[in-house]
Write a protein that binds this ligand. Structure first.
Ligand code: R5P
Length: 298
């Protein structure tokens, strides 16, 4: 097999290939002035290579999805038998229901499309809220869902700050409870109401936070308002320091400014999306998963 990456996050793709002990090659991408993409794939010998692992994290996804579709289709045309997508961040997972009549349930539509593109999909902490498993939205594909929770727990254990962990909303309970259990830390979950893209209000739980270093745990930081609102309330409630650990540092628009104004001590993240806050590498976890032999039905 080989890992096929893109210039944009070449480093993670190369590291993955080196941990797997296989070759790495890249899709050459040119963007025309009108926004269309011209993609050039390396020539792959189908006599030697039967599986291609496409490494592409899917933040800012619209262009990336079209390019991914072009790449997967061309690999099939070249005769590649198995296409595996490693997408540490999986896009469109938060739109899992029609909140208004006529609204497209993007999770289902994009999931269906990905199911048509690839044979196997590996991702990390996708935002699964109202559905239990990725198989329900990405059909006919071997889906492997990994979690950064053990890595986050180990990072926090080593940091010696003995924090109280806080999930900012009910969806975050799945991650915060796992991290707290592994690291032996106290935890609680707040309630969140989202008013618009850039406006949320968080209601803290009754847990005492006075003089604690609180670490807010979430899967995604996008506009940063969820973390910022929770951090402000925690400070008002007497927390000594507030830090945040997110699996996916999307950090759109002015998110970094929003977080800076909320006086967050540390912002930590996994390297699912390259950012200066990355402190945990997912590559060993992804490589171990790819090395595992396929499970056979009994
Ligand atoms: C949604 O429930 C997610 O878990 C995150 O809390 C949310 O996406 C964060 O978004 P933002 O940073 O825009 O508040």
């Amino acid at each position: 097999m080989i890992v096929l990456g893109f210039q944009h996050h070449a480093e993670q793709g190369k590291n993955l290939a080196s941990m797997l002990g296989c070759g790495y090659d890249e899709v050459a991408t040119h963007h025309f002035p009108d926004g269309e993409s011209r993609l050039t794939l390396p020539l792959i010998s189908t006599e030697e290579i039967s599986e291609v692992i496409v490494y592409r994290t899917l933040d800012h996804p619209n262009d990336k999805l079209v390019e991914l579709y072009m790449v997967c289709s061309s690999l099939r045309e070249q005769g590649i038998r198995k296409v595996t997508l490693v997408a540490p961040y999986l896009c469109y997972m938060r739109q899992d229901k029609a909140f208004n009549p006529g609204e497209v349930v993007a999770q289902r539509v994009i999931g269906q499309w990905l199911g048509e593109m690839v044979d196997k999909l590996i991702t990390v902490d996708p935002h699964l809220h109202r559905i239990r498993h990725l198989d329900e939205v990405v059909p006919n594909t071997q889906n492997i869902v990994l979690s950064a929770a053990p890595l986050i727990a180990d990072f926090l254990s080593q940091s010696a700050i003995n924090p109280l962990l806080l999930g900012p909303d009910e969806e975050s309970q799945q991650w915060v409870s796992q991290i707290a259990e592994r690291a032996g830390l106290d935890w609680a979950v707040a309630k969140k109401i989202r008013h618009s893209d850039h406006s949320v209000s968080v209601e803290l739980p009754r847990q005492a936070v006075t003089d604690r270093h609180v670490v807010i745990i979430d899967d995604v930081a996008s506009t940063g308002h969820t973390l910022a609102d929770a951090a402000r309330l925690l400070r008002q409630a007497g927390a000594r320091e507030v830090s945040c650990f997110v699996t996916h540092a999307l950090l759109s628009g002015d998110a970094e400014q929003v977080l800076a104004e909320a006086a967050i001590t540390h912002l930590w993240s996994s390297d699912s999306i390259a950012h200066q806050s990355n402190v945990v590498s997912l590559t060993p976890l992804l490589a171990d998963t790819l090395r595992r032999p396929p499970a056979h039905a009994t």
